[in-house]
Design a binder for this molecule. Structure first.
Ligand SMILES: Nc1ncnc2c1ncn2[C@@H]1O[C@H](COP(=O)(O)OP(=O)(O)OP(=O)(O)O)[C@@H](O)[C@H]1O
Ligand SMILES: [Mg+2]
Length: 188
């Protein structure tokens, strides 16, 4: 009897947005580790890295940020339709970009807002951007001298100002299960 080909789980896109230092890189990595441990194929499209590769000629105007988000969204779709769990970790300051990313995918898309007060982000300052901005070395830092539009319709809001990294990771994984993107954890 011919054996059935192995089934490939459906891909999805989790679009993780928020201010600089709100936790996008940290949480996309911790979620990716957990997904990989369960045997999923995972890719992270992290704003900084992909910007260097996809959009080195772009700056930080609204037009350029939206163009960059469109490029990332296009690649995310190609991966997701081939069964990959795609974690996009990008500030995504404009609602138009979020809605465009969602519209291109349909139901296997979820928007996750890492809601963290600007003051907490400023204190964490994982990459020293806020300090550099204070000293005049960074123009158009989101949240400081460039806008971040509050997301209008995120599927999940994670309070990264108060939660620990493991708590926030679990919240995201539970959300992905609730969306039907991941199987429920085995019990017993
Ligand atoms: N609940 C939490 N979730 C995520 N990060 C947290 C949390 N609590 C504390 N942190 C800390 O906050 C910092 C977040 O930095 P991270 O580089 O992940 O932010 P980012 O959103 O990727 O920023 P950027 O837009 O500059 O790339 C890390 O130092 C992380 O350890
Ligand atoms: Mg980051």
């Amino acid at each position: 009897m011919p054996t059935a080909p192995p089934s490939v789980p459906d891909g999805f896109i989790a679009w993780i947005e928020g201010l600089p230092s709100s936790g996008k890189t940290t949480l996309s990595r911790s979620v990716a580790e957990r997904l990989k441990a369960s045997g999923r194929r995972v890719e992270i499209l992290d704003g900084d890295e992909v910007r260097q590769m996809f959009s080195p000629e772009l700056g930080f105007s609204r037009k350029d940020r939206e163009m960059h988000a469109r490029r990332v969204s296009y690649v995310a779709r190609m991966l997701a339709r081939n069964g990959v769990a795609v974690l996009v970790a990008m500030i995504t300051p404009y609602e138009t970009s979020r809605q465009a990313a969602r519209a291109g995918v349909g139901p296997r898309f979820t928007e996750i807002w890492l809601k963290c007060p600007l003051e907490v982000c400023r204190q964490r300052d994982a990459k020293g951007l806020y300090e550099r901005s204070r000293l005049g070395g960074v123009a158009r830092l989101t949240g400081v001298d460039d806008p971040f539009e509050e997301p209008l319709a995120p599927d999940l809001t994670v309070d990264t100002g108060h939660l620990s990294v493991p708590e926030a990771t679990n919240q995201i994984l539970e959300h992905l299960v609730a969306k039907g993107f991941l199987p429920p954890p085995a019990t017993g």
